[in-house]
Design a protein around this ligand. Structure first.
Ligand SMILES: Cc1cc2nc3c(=O)[nH]c(=O)nc-3n(C[C@H](O)[C@H](O)[C@H](O)COP(=O)(O)O)c2cc1C
Length: 337
């Protein structure tokens, strides 16, 4: 059984990574994940290298998404995006030297129009493996010895799957690991992640680890992906928002320990409230409540009474209202009260 992987000199154990997710994997969520355990490597939200350079040049401080990064526990991967070598190089160098990031990850997968269309970055760059290689090479140099990794999709469209070419470019330029989300950019999040296509990428890589990503929802699925596919690790995004204790479950299963029972709905509610406190501490009351509404929606997915809870929690506008809705509506069956 695969129980760890190496990214440069960094040992990632278990070989289970939490995915970067803009709007979600903020400082508070990362703190929650660390408390719960089971994540081998935690990633930030993607950070705009252009915004970092722009703000720095005008004395405007740093992008919000870098808040806390300097001091938080390690290991930590900081994901960055742009299409300009100088800009990426500047941020990557700072992240390695001043922020002491464990890993600098380059985003070549984001299909959102603001990134891919309007900024010709993220998944837009998949059309040009050579350019990807150049960007990776510059960042590798700028952060050495801190490892540089890349996160990609299968390609732009089903007719243009070129993850193997991109993988070769990333490894050839000195990238230390590659994560492949098994969808094309055109798919956005529709359809299923194609793990057979992810597996094909392994045939091109010479020595760096391949991390498979897409649609893992349970601990059993996680272990199955690791066993059945030639990947060195897996990365999980959305299921970690719905069930943040999932990583711990996977770790137990990987070590052959008896699985813990799923937290009761009451325990899940306690966790949601703990998460709320972390978010309030980090973001303050107003922004904290707004942000936490979307996390609360995730916690309620697939739970009894979830729809009713979601309707109500999406409308709250104060801390007290949030707490009221959670205590009256968070899906606790009468027997558990
Ligand atoms: C709300 C949201 C935000 C995301 N933001 C990022 C991001 O900042 N960088 C990135 O590389 N991928 C981002 N992704 C993609 C995820 O990292 C991951 O590749 C995708 O969700 C598939 O994995 P999953 O099925 O385990 O969620 C985002 C996905 C979602 C749902």
């Amino acid at each position: 059984m695969k129980t760890s992987l190496k990214i440069g000199n960094l040992t990632v154990s278990p070989p289970v990574l939490s995915a970067p997710m803009a709007g979600y994997t903020n400082y508070a969520y990362r703190e929650l994940l660390r408390r719960l355990g089971g994540v081998g490597l935690i990633a930030t939200e993607m950070v705009s290298a252009r915004a970092f350079v722009y703000m720095g040049a005008r004395g405007l401080g740093e992008p919000e998404r870098l808040w806390g990064v300097q001091d938080e526990p390690r290991p930590l991967a900081v994901q960055i995006w742009d299409n300009c070598p100088e800009t990426l190089e500047e941020l990557a160098g700072k992240l390695a030297r001043d922020f002491k990031a464990s890993v600098v990850d380059l985003n070549f997968g984001c299909p959102a129009p603001a990134i891919a269309k309007r900024s010709a970055s993220g998944s837009y760059l998949l059309r040009d493996p050579e350019k990807v290689g150049k960007l990776v090479g510059r960042v590798v140099k700028a952060c050495y010895p801190t490892p540089t990794t890349a996160k990609i999709r299968l390609g732009l469209t089903a007719d243009a799957i070129n993850a193997r070419d991109v993988a070769q470019a990333v490894e050839g330029a000195g990238g230390a690991a590659l994560t492949v989300h098994g969808r094309t950019a055109r798919q956005m999040y529709a359809g299923d992640a194609d793990w057979d296509e992810i597996a094909k990428v392994k045939t091109t890589l010479r020595s760096i680890p391949l991390i498979g990503n897409g649609d893992i929802k349970t601990a059993e699925q996680a272990v199955e992906r690791l066993e059945r596919y030639p990947v060195d690790g897996i990365m999980i995004g959305r299921a970690g928002l719905d069930r943040p204790w999932l990583f711990r479950e996977i770790e137990r299963l990987l070590h052959g320990e008896t699985p813990e029972p799923e937290p009761t709905l009451l325990e899940q509610r306690e966790l949601l409230l703990d998460h709320f406190q972390l978010v309030l501490k980090r973001f303050g009351s107003e922004l904290g409540v707004t942000l936490m509404r979307r996390f609360a929606v995730c916690y309620s997915k697939g739970r009894p009474g979830g729809r009713n809870f979601r309707n109500k929690i999406s409308r709250v506008s104060s801390e007290q209202e949030f707490l009221n809705v959670v205590s009256s509506e968070f899906i606790v069956k009468p027997t558990e009260n």
